[in-house]
Design a protein around this ligand. Structure first.
Ligand code: JHZ
Length: 396
């Protein structure tokens, strides 16, 4: 049974950066109610209601996975590790974005699936790219005649597809006998521990745990046999799944993580009720801090026009009264306005300068990379604000 525990209010599509704030475009802006539920039967945490993928994954999709050095390096390392461990001959990626992961394999062995046309267009001339949504029809189209996949990789995508049953059915159809599905996603344990409620937005239909993934896999005659704890996006899990009768044995690492998740209460509704209480406090603390700094006439901006910040800004009602603008390195976000709260987005070159006193870390998941890069800002007294794990000005 699905039980609701968190209400994040009226939210726009996290990726719907506006080109203009004219009355006409504001009238067209789409909002929905964002709330999060826990399924007491299969321990799955999901949005109570999901949004139609056709309005999310359009040819204007903004996120470029290769925008951060951290992720470019992480994907390269992961590709190397998977090549060595599984020696895959046929590799497919679901949600290949700008190709940052899959380009690390031999071009002739790979298949990319990317429903956002603008992204698929970036890679289609370099390797086989299907500009389609992942589903059973596509799986049959690709694998009916072709050799099945030895490795299916998917980072921050499986959690985005509302129809989880069809997703897994299609994966089962596409895997070779000892083929492996590798999924990476922010982990429920990290989200709960770090109070990162901004990992909930329209695209994150599910926030997985090893407990939930192992139950889902079983339903489709698959098995979760291993898991890695990784730092990506504030703490993620990398799940290894194969067919039920594959040669892979359950690792002690997986058993340990499942035990830990049980201890952390990820199988218990009460854990999520307490989390929701902490999130209300986080909202109040952030508003209080921003009000105090504004009273002191400080200039505050936001660093990184992340999808996550769409949740924070709309839940906490943070607009241009608090933040002068948001800086972001992504070219197709610059010159636009944040969804729902319409804060201008500009390039770091034109906005991250001496006039800034405080920068809210919208991209808190890249804190290490950003703090290292912005030494000069810190040297001259500039400070970063973060709401994760608690609202504070980051001490240097
Ligand atoms: P980042 C997206 O979420 C959407 P977002 C998606 N649903 C998902 O799951 C995750 O990615 C993986 C900028 N930046 O990665 C670049 C700087 O400006 O946290 C990006 O726009 N300067 C698929 O948007 C944004 O911040 C920098 O120095 O929450 C980071 O976005 C760095 C490091 C980044 O994902």
């Amino acid at each position: 049974m699905k039980k609701k525990f968190l209400n994040l209010g009226k939210q726009p599509i996290a990726n719907s950066f506006l080109a203009s704030v004219s009355k006409k475009s504001l009238r067209k802006e789409f909002f929905y109610n964002l709330s999060v539920s826990f399924d007491t039967k299969n321990y799955l945490v999901s949005l109570t209601n999901s949004v139609n993928p056709k309005i999310q994954y359009t040819s204007k999709y903004a996120h470029r996975a290769s925008e951060s050095k951290t992720m470019r390096e992480a994907f390269k390392k992961t590709a190397y590790k998977l090549k060595r461990r599984f020696l895959p001959k046929k590799i497919m990626e679901i949600g290949s974005n700008d190709g940052v992961f899959i380009k690390n394999f031999n071009k002739k062995d790979i298949i990319a699936v990317e429903p956002c046309r603008n992204l698929a267009n970036l890679t289609k001339d370099t390797f086989k790219t299907y500009p389609n949504f992942w589903n059973l029809t596509l799986a049959k189209k690709i694998f009916n005649k072709n050799k099945k996949a030895d490795l299916i990789f998917s980072a921050n995508t499986i959690s985005h597809i509302p129809n989880i049953k069809e997703t897994f059915r299609a994966i089962k159809f596409s895997l070779s006998e000892n083929g492996v599905l590798v999924i990476e996603d922010p982990s429920l344990k990290s989200v709960i521990k770090s109070n990162s409620y901004d990992q909930f937005y329209d695209e994150h239909v599910y926030v997985f745990s090893a407990l939930a993934i192992s139950k889902i896999a079983k339903k489709f005659d698959l098995k979760l046999f291993d898991v890695d704890e990784i730092e990506n996006h504030g703490g993620s899990l990398r799940y290894y799944i194969s067919k039920k009768n594959s040669k892979f044995k359950t690792t002690s690492r997986l058993k340990k993580i499942i035990k830990l998740e049980n201890l952390e209460g990820l199988n218990n509704f009460k854990t999520f009720v307490k989390f929701a209480q902490r999130i209300k406090k986080s909202k109040n603390d952030l508003i209080r801090l921003l009000k105090k700094l504004k009273k002191e006439n400080k200039k505050i901006i936001s660093y990184g026009a992340t999808y996550k910040s769409t949740t924070v800004f709309n839940y906490c009602n943070i607009d241009s009264k608090f933040l002068d603008y948001v800086t972001d390195t992504t070219l197709n976000k610059q010159g636009k306005f944040t969804p729902g709260k319409h804060i201008p987005i500009i390039s770091p070159e034109s906005g991250f300068n001496k006039s800034v006193d405080y920068a809210f870390l919208g991209a808190w998941n890249f804190k290490k990379e950003i703090l290292k890069k912005e030494k000069d800002f810190i040297k001259r007294g500039g400070r970063f604000i973060s709401h994760v794990p608690k609202v504070k000005i980051i001490k240097i």
